[in-house]
Design a protein around this ligand. Sequence first.
Ligand SMILES: NC(=O)c1ccc[n+]([C@@H]2O[C@H](COP(=O)([O-])OP(=O)(O)OC[C@H]3O[C@@H](n4cnc5c(N)ncnc54)[C@H](OP(=O)(O)O)[C@@H]3O)[C@@H](O)[C@H]2O)c1
Length: 251
Amino acid sequence: MVTVRRIWPVPGTSADLDDAALLGHYAYPDGLDAPYVRVNFVSSLDGAVSVDGLSGGLGSDADKAVFATLRRLADVVLVGAGTVRAEDYRGARTPTLGRDLPPPIAVVTGSADLDPGARLFTDTAVAPIVLTTAGAPAARRDALRAAGADVVECPDLEPATLLAELGRRGLHRVLCEGGPSLFGALAAAGHVDELCLTLSPVVVAGSAGRIATGPAADLRLDLAGALTAPGALLLRYARTGPADDVDPPIG
Ligand SMILES: NC(=O)c1ccc[n+]([C@@H]2O[C@H](COP(=O)([O-])OP(=O)(O)OC[C@H]3O[C@@H](n4cnc5c(N)ncnc54)[C@H](OP(=O)(O)O)[C@@H]3O)[C@@H](O)[C@H]2O)c1
């Protein structure tokens, strides 16, 4: 069991977080009546999002513990098809807190180019949700349905449309696990409420991308929490108020 300590907000009696305290640290706001989007990433100190095309090379026990904690708190895991393909995603294993089943994985894909034999469909306790459009080849959509997926033909794959679909299903506690293209799109559209970022104490250089790519975004977040653990700094940033409430730059 990895020891995780809180450094921000400044702890009262004890800085060490057990399982329950970790769940409390990452609790979603109460009484949500619309999707609240939390995004989770791990990156190297020099900002790389992957090593050899995978995020695993950046992981640590602490990062895995937080990854699992965030899933336990989520109604749905939202992820881009690029990540599903690269990381060979499978269904979440641990039930959401207070429920019998784990959160479904909801994959965003314009192409519907997912392997029906992949673990996403064969190794899961709940049906994955495939968010696509009628523009994706019908044969692929049919094959994913036959593989057990809940295939949704959205009018488009704009962030607002995706979140409206999740909201319609009552899936309000959204955990977006990337990748950079999907995060970039959510950020540019102003649909990110929170970013959980694990910094791994490595510099990897090379040509790996950053955690967000795509159109320019102007997402302002405040530091809402910081934890330390061997091999990781675990940061949580949350959306600030309207732009008018933000202090003007000095100078
Ligand atoms: N370090 C980390 O924490 C972390 C986390 C996640 C991923 N990663 C890494 O990130 C890499 C994958 O990145 P990526 O940017 O290619 O993947 P991505 O964001 O997961 O997926 C991009 C794909 O999502 C689909 N898509 C549909 N609508 C979209 C929209 N509105 N906005 C964005 N995407 C939309 C498209 O799929 P179709 O092509 O099927 O149409 C697009 O090609 C992998 O190397 C993975 O290991 C790292």
